[in-house]
Design a protein around this ligand. Sequence first.
Ligand code: SF4
Ligand code: SF4
Length: 538
Amino acid sequence: MAWNVKPEELLQYDYKVPSKNWMDVPPEFHPGNWCYPGKPEIVNYLNDATHGKFPHAHQWVPTDEDWKLPENWREIVKKAFSERLDKYRSFKVFMDICVRCGACADKCHFYIGGGDPKNMPVLRAELLRSIYRGEFTLAGKLLGKLAGARKLEEDVIKEWFLYFYQCTECRRCSLFCPYGIDTAEITMMAREILHELGLNINWILEPAANSNRTGNHMGIQPHAYYDMMQFMVDDIEDITGVKVNCPVNEKGHEVLFITPSGDIFADPGTYTYMGYLMLFHEIGLDYTWSTYASEGGNFGLFTSDSMMKKLNAKMYAEAKRLGVKYIIGGECGHMWRVINQYMDTMNGPSPLETPVSPITGTRFENAASTGMIHITEFTADLMKHNKLKLDPSRNDHLRVTFHDSCNPARAMGLLDEPRYVIKNVCNNFFEMPEDTIREKTFCCAGGSGLNTDEFMEMRMRGGLPRGNALRYVQEKHDVNMLATICAIDRATLPPLANYWAPGVDVTGVHELVANALVMDGEKKRETNLRGEDLPNVE
Ligand code: SF4
Ligand code: SF4
């Protein structure tokens, strides 16, 4: 699906009030605003793997009139809706309590960057709520449209598919809602209901299926994963002269390290991956990688409750098999949302110990129930105790800003540790404007499994607020590097930056750490991990 619209053209929209009631505006599919449907063989695989949670696999195309829904699709939707109202108290509350105050209306990046009222969080939720009223409330049944209710028609299903896959489940809107309504969870419910009709997107289902089968989203087999690590070990030796240790699938170590597979697969994530290898070697960490739990991300979060639980359990099963005390998790976004928001009630209590740094003795009580700490917490603690020899001048050619990834920021409160780490390894750090960082950070617009190329128009529209803030620090402070602690961000932010703030590159925080890290026995460093000359090297 080719998409090639220039930024000036993309900015041709306004926020004027529509002349028609939203219920009378049909969904419009065009190249760049929807993702390809799940392939039937992938849907069937997941259906088998989850004992029937992904039924009705079929070929269909969103732009076709006929979506080939099962004959009894209305009954299926009503039953799926009703089951979730019974199972999730929060869902029932979110359906009942919105007072339409509008505080969330202008907080969604997709609305800001496109002006479509159905991308206002309040209206996104109304797409579902209007059916809830019509099917499950007396007022809705008696008064219909007057009570904000509508009938369940095929266009409603099409609208759900369009708009619940134009939500990145980033939860920015929920931050501003006086009632704490979490639109991301409403989106999760809508996607689950759509699964019951065989309607889903491949970019989410295939990584989830891969992860279930091979242990990681990319579908990398254990031997290939191992080979890729060895390439990195060789690259590190070329650059530093140090042959780092790389323990894999070894039993009896203290720590299991798990990070997203995207970082072993593609630049710039690979440099972050090399950064972990260098750091752990330098401090002599007693740890292992696993080629089975070779994925920190959990696309189950964007798929269904049961899939999320299954993929999360795999990490803990592997930790138990290897006999480690606890897990350190890498720079990932949604892995941390699953760990902090859902793991305890899904698969808890964790069979692991409360993490204690073997280098500093710090006990991470915040991770007592999950047995898992974030790499930037671990590294910040090393720095705080002066356990690393660092030369930040090696990063002096960089003028760095930091993008708070939605999940570590809003679902975990990990705000200060990454900044502390960056400031220890970079002399030039600049914040983006206040309303666009920390808890109020703007999404990369490719989260929740929407980081696919055919969705590029919406990604660039939704990327406008982040791109605008980036452009601001680029113009004001000559910022040329955007650091982030999420593998999806490392994939989605390069095209976003290139579109809205050309000239700004993207990095992981541990790439910056590794470049500044002075290793025992290293040769004179002449290049950074990307093979670029270091500043002040003759
Ligand atoms: S801020 Fe909350 S209560 Fe207000 S319109 Fe949005 S979801 Fe409804
Ligand atoms: S994309 Fe984010 S801000 Fe927009 S509705 Fe979804 S959760 Fe809310």
